[in-house]
Design a protein around this ligand. Structure first.
Ligand SMILES: [Zn+2]
Length: 96
């Protein structure tokens, strides 16, 4: 199956970051720039990638955990250059 690419609306996760990490401007701004998917997780879970994990730019600086209103955790991978590399939605039991 070909990875999904194209426009992405990060509004839901920007809102979570503003609520839960209001002082983390890098996070909020990084998420707001997540408007174009370059692919998605190859396990089939559909988690969006905004930087290709196989590329030279993929240097994870930190992972930030947010919580969706339904209690599902959302892990944001922030890269060295401040971009958000991917958003992992923690329905781990559904993933391989
Ligand atoms: Zn996956």
């Amino acid at each position: 199956m070909k990875p999904k690419t194209g426009p992405y609306d990060p509004g839901w996760v920007v809102e979570l970051a503003k609520e839960q990490r209001p002082a983390d401007a890098e996070l909020v701004q990084g998420l707001a720039r997540c408007t174009m998917m370059v692919g998605e997780c190859d396990c089939g879970c559909g988690d969006p990638h905004f930087v290709n994990p196989a590329s030279r730019d993929w240097k994870v600086k930190r992972c930030v955990e947010l919580m969706r209103a339904d209690g599902v955790s959302v892990i944001v991978d922030v890269l060295e250059d401040g971009r958000v590399g991917s958003i992992e939605i923690g329905e781990w039991w559904r993933k391989k």
